[in-house]
Design a protein around this ligand. Structure first.
Ligand code: SF4
Length: 82
């Protein structure tokens, strides 16, 4: 199954994701603390909608980025998981 955004496999390295998140978060000011961030990521890692080690199939986001934003929620259809 592909993600919502492009229906293609999104296989990229962890280093690429970390660099992307670091660069993009420089523009953001409304971030969660590290404890909340890691809790969110752990929930994603155990979610059936988590693909390729980085993507939420419902929003097409890299969860390593989305989970850091305090104004974002989990888009799971049966109820937000975080
Ligand atoms: S549905 Fe929620 S918990 Fe599951 S991968 Fe997407 S953001 Fe993470």
């Amino acid at each position: 199954m592909g993600c919502k955004g492009c229906l293609q496999s999104v296989i990229v390295s962890d280093e690429y994701i970390q660099q992307l998140v670091k660069e993009q978060l420089q523009l953001e000011t409304d971030l969660v603390d590290d404890q909340t961030y890691h809790k969110r990521l752990q929930i994603c890692k155990n979610c059936p909608s988590f693909f390729y080690g980085n993507t939420c199939s419902h929003c097409g986001c890299f969860v390593q980025f989305r989970a850091k934003l305090s104004y974002k929620t989990c888009p799971f259809p049966n109820g937000s998981k975080w």
